[in-house]
Design a protein. Structure first.
Length: 434
């Protein structure tokens, strides 16, 4: 931004006539024009993020409640669509192609374990929807932020504070009230819900260990991770669901409308990723924190009216309100505290750093990107790898495309071949009157 402003404000080296300087807008001139438009953009992005994210969870639960109990295959369809969307996103956004860079070692040792964890979390979460309502899952999920902070404290990533302990106690009370207010609760569904949330906590913490050092952008991460999740889910579907899918096809329970619903579900997953990308670009961290309770609330409302028609008990509502309020206040407090610490650290930093800082495990890249949008050195970006490794050992955009095509093609062929091998084609022709 500073480089672009200098190019506009300063005269060129070969010119003797100074260029007119841009007028700096005053707060008064911004109040009714640009500031209002930015606020409207953030408002619409927040509403879209709330509706699409909660809508996808409710759509998934509705599919399972209507008799489609193949969670692995549903996630596989979603990841195939998201992989294709990531290819288009990286191709259309300026500068994104140059940021796609990862070594084969980091692809297998860092990105693959992370993708397997995400796929397992999505499967268990969707499996829980067979036994608990999305409303109950969303209310319990409101306790997630403090769980992430507590695990970060245990791992030494965050210092211990009494405010964290106090917030964790209040959120835990809210979670217990939610459970106590549930009229009919499946113990197996509760176990799946808790397991999915624990995996989500681990996922959010492992982002700092496995994803951030790669220095990939959001579209680049989706391009590399979604095909891996697709392959993991295809293995699960071929192992655990292929026989049940074959029986459903033989019984005539796979008409055209099922395929249309699957495509619509995958399209909604693509829209969720697009809206989330735009929302993160225009919104601040505080706005993101504020919208989280509203996503849970939206899920509760849509679930109680569209999936499992019921009325929440006063105990559940009180516990949900307590957990959401404490999590929201705690998140905003943490964001503001980190902003203050960042400003204080910048004020105390020397004007000329003596050397480039390093952390165990990876090289910290240059903080500021240049005008072309390239990132600094590190495991995932820049012109050199770790300890001066040659860039020939790194995957670029062409390799990412090949990996995506390979993973998605193998996934589709694996699941379709295992299902076709178990089909009785005479029953299929009789069921669909072919």
């Amino acid at each position: 931004l500073i480089t672009q402003r200098s190019a506009i404000d300063e005269p060129s080296s070969g010119s003797t006539t100074p260029r007119p300087r841009r007028r700096v807008p005053t707060p008064g001139s911004m109040a009714g024009g640009e500031a209002m438009s930015v606020g409207v953009q953030i408002l619409f992005a927040s509403l879209a993020n709330i509706c699409t994210s909660s809508g996808l969870a409710v759509f998934n639960a509705w599919c399972f409640r209507q008799g489609y109990h193949f969670q692995f295959s549903l996630i596989m369809v979603q990841q195939v669509v998201c992989s294709c969307f990531a290819v288009a996103q990286v191709a259309l956004l300026p500068g994104e192609r140059a940021l796609v860079k990862i070594s084969s070692k980091n692809y297998l040792t860092m990105l693959l374990p992370f993708s397997m964890l995400v796929a397992a979390k999505l499967y268990i979460q969707n499996k829980a929807f067979d036994h608990v309502s999305p409303a109950f899952y969303a209310m319990i999920a409101s306790t997630l932020p403090v769980g992430v902070t507590l695990l970060s404290i245990v791992r030494g990533m965050e210092p211990f504070r009494m405010s964290t302990l106090f917030a964790a106690a209040l959120v835990s009370i809210g979670g217990c009230m939610i459970k106590a207010g549930e009229v009919s609760l499946s113990p197996f569904g509760l176990a799946l819900t808790v397991t999915a949330l624990m995996l989500d906590v681990v996922r959010l913490v492992l982002v700092q260990y496995l994803v951030q050092p790669l220095q990939l952008s959001a579209p680049g991460l989706m391009l590399l991770s979604s095909p891996l999740q697709c392959l993991v889910c295809a293995l699960g579907a071929a192992t655990l669901e292929s026989s049940a899918v074959a029986i459903s096809i033989e019984d005539g329970r796979f008409p055209l409308v099922v395929w249309v619903v699957l495509l619509l579900n995958g399209g909604l997953a693509m829209v969720v990723n697009l809206v989330t990308f735009v929302f993160v670009k225009v919104a601040s961290a505080v706005v993101v924190a504020i919208t989280t309770p509203f996503k849970d609330l939206s899920t509760v409302i849509m679930s109680d009216n569209l999936v499992v028609r019921r009325q929440e008990t006063p105990m559940s509502i009180a516990g949900f309100s307590l957990a959401c309020t404490v999590s929201l206040v705690y998140n905003i407090h943490n964001i503001m505290r980190r902003d203050r610490e960042k400003v204080e650290k910048q004020e105390m930093a020397p004007l000329i750093p003596s050397r480039q800082e390093k952390t165990p495990g990876f090289t910290v890249g240059v903080a500021n990107a240049d005008a072309s949008g390239r990132r600094g050195q590190g495991l995932g970006g820049g012109d050199a790898g770790v300890d001066g490794e040659d860039t020939a050992g790194y995957w670029r955009i062409k390799d990412a495309h090949n990996a995506m095509l390979s993973c998605c093609t193998v996934s589709v062929l694996l699941l379709s071949s295992t299902v076709l091998a178990q089909l009785d084609f005479a029953k299929v022709m009789d069921a669909y009157r072919l």
